[in-house]
Design a binder for this molecule. Sequence first.
Ligand SMILES: C[S@@+](CC[C@H](N)C(=O)[O-])C[C@H]1O[C@@H](n2cnc3c(N)ncnc32)[C@H](O)[C@@H]1O
Length: 373
Amino acid sequence: MAQVELNCFAITVPGTEEICAEEIRLLGLNPQIEPGGVGFAANRRDLYRVNLWSRVASRVLVRLGQFRCRDFPELYRQLLKLPWGRFVRPGRPCQVRVSCRTSRLNHSGRVAQTVRAAVEKVLGTQDPLPGAEQLILIRINNDQCTVSIDSSGELLHRRGYRVAAVEAPLRENLAAAILLKLGYDGTCPLVDPMTGSGTFAIEAALIGAGIAPGHQRHFAFMDWPHYRPHVWTLCLQESGKGRKTGGEIIALDCNPTAVAAACKNAAAAGVDSLLRIDRGQMEDLQAPAEKGLLVCNPPYGERLGRVEQMTSLYADFGRLCRESFAAWTVGWIAAERHFKDKMKIGCQRIWSFSNGGIEVELRQRAGDKREKS
Ligand SMILES: C[S@@+](CC[C@H](N)C(=O)[O-])C[C@H]1O[C@@H](n2cnc3c(N)ncnc32)[C@H](O)[C@@H]1O
């Protein structure tokens, strides 16, 4: 049974498809970039491993079937043929998410009803099981219907370590994607001078130590009849091997509540011994090494304070980059329209994305590549 080929699809944040494909390739699979994510064929163990190891995917689906369909009786007939019994326990409540585009079937509510009816017909009626709902996704485009089942459950950025929050935290998979886009591999020192709840520092520690981001959490596939706990145990055991010691990681914040939150989160992630979290002003920081990565998610001024107050903060951050961290690679998230020229350092935009509904940019200043003579 372990050899059963599943047609899988990892949903990604736009702009992280390449990174996700590389993660999947490193697991020995053959990823194909598609609109919205990365497709790959996998057996049961591989599916578990992608959920366990992807730092940037949002969730991983298994595509159960694809068929052309223009009316409800046909939809129902096709749905009855799918192998629901491997993925849904009788009595497991299902959430059906439907999108219809340029198709004869365009009543998403009725499509969802038809799916529920077909699943119940195949599995039989049972008393509802406790626990999370199983998510089923139906996409109908140009009369072509794709039926997928979610293997992840909670979105993958929820690693399970965020036990304390601050305002405007960065999603864990966005933080990991930013670190990877900046070329971070855990070998060089890393400093986050405005760390908030510590997301960059914790994700960096996980990367540096080679710790699987999903090793502490529950996944939807664990509720499937198809689930084999011993296979998962093997995946976890493998993930514990080859742990490395990464470069130094320092996180700083001027707000004691943020420092306390970052400490709690780092402890929950099991990486508190791999990083240092200090209370202090970003302006007073000294670089702990000649070179490294300075990474930062400053307040945007949209929701965490007024634009005028932020202007001097960005000017100070620019000074820090030019002076104490002059030879370091710097990456920061900027809400373009307010702070375009405030930092006065040459940089390039390497990614545009949405963070909590605000359009932002990841900017990078390359580090000094020259060796000291
Ligand atoms: C947008 S939040 C960072 C969120 C963080 N990336 C996370 O995932 O939780 C910005 C942080 O910068 C901190 N901050 C603002 N000005 C600072 C300064 N001058 N020195 C140090 N920290 C500062 C704030 O206290 C806040 O926690």
